[in-house]
Design a protein around this ligand. Structure first.
Ligand SMILES: [Mg+2]
Length: 224
């Protein structure tokens, strides 16, 4: 299917709009472990195991904390954001490429909107460069890769998945996206979570992307 059939460009946030090689996200993962340790009064090693369990069982640590502990979501977001956003590179060429995409451009993340905004500021985007940021609150704490997360997102933003492409580093999320009819672009990383879900092949991946800016400029925009 050609890119000219796409009218909605959907981007994951973490390790997608900024590169995994920036090593930014591990700081957030570290804060999640710390939060669990403090909230559940566990030693850090135990807390990391518990965080991992919640992540695997619920899809995000947050969804597990909400379901099992009823935590205060805004305070959790604030706690996680005490990291160095300066590790995310200013990316004027990426901003320029995204602005040239014909159609609607949205963000669909399992994270928090305020975190997404901090990342976008650092990359150099203006707030209106994206039509919307769908975050974990807007999908009712039911995260990707659950089909309900995508269905809620499609309904809320009137997205026709057959005319939409999803850029994302998590293969599991791309598998659902493809099942529901989206074109898929996989941001290739060397992170553990970026490779989970490739065990049974990669037939659900339409495009493998090593560098997002290059891909948009050389593969997408040139063919439109
Ligand atoms: Mg991601």
């Amino acid at each position: 299917m050609p890119f000219s059939s796409i009218d909605t460009w959907v981007f994951d946030l973490d390790d997608t709009l900024y590169p995994a090689s920036s090593n930014f996200f591990p700081q957030i993962a570290e804060r999640m472990g710390l939060y669990v340790a403090e909230a559940l009064d566990l030693p850090l090693v135990e807390a990391k195991k518990e965080q991992r369990r919640l992540f695997l069982e619920y899809g995000t640590t947050l969804s597990g904390l909400v379901a099992e502990r009823g935590i205060e979501v805004d305070a959790y977001a604030h706690f996680l954001m005490q990291v160095d956003y300066g590790r995310i590179p200013h990316s004027p060429d990426l901003v320029e490429a995204v602005k040239q995409l014909p159609g609607r451009v949205l963000i669909f993340t399992n994270g928090f909107k305020e975190h997404a905004e901090a990342c976008l500021d650092q990359l150099g985007f203006a707030r209106d460069d994206f039509e919307a940021i769908a975050d974990i609150r807007t999908i009712d704490f039911k995260p990707k890769p659950r089909p309900i997360a995508f269905e809620t997102f499609f309904a809320e933003h009137s997205v026709d998945p057959r005319r939409a492409i999803f850029f994302e580093d998590s293969p599991k999320n791309l598998r659902t996206a493809k099942d529901l009819g989206m074109m898929t672009a996989h941001l290739v990383t060397d992170t553990a979570w970026g490779n989970m879900g490739l065990e049974d092949g990669n037939g659900f991946i339409d495009h493998s992307v090593l560098d997002l800016t290059e891909f948009l400029n050389d593969t997408v925009l040139k063919t439109l």
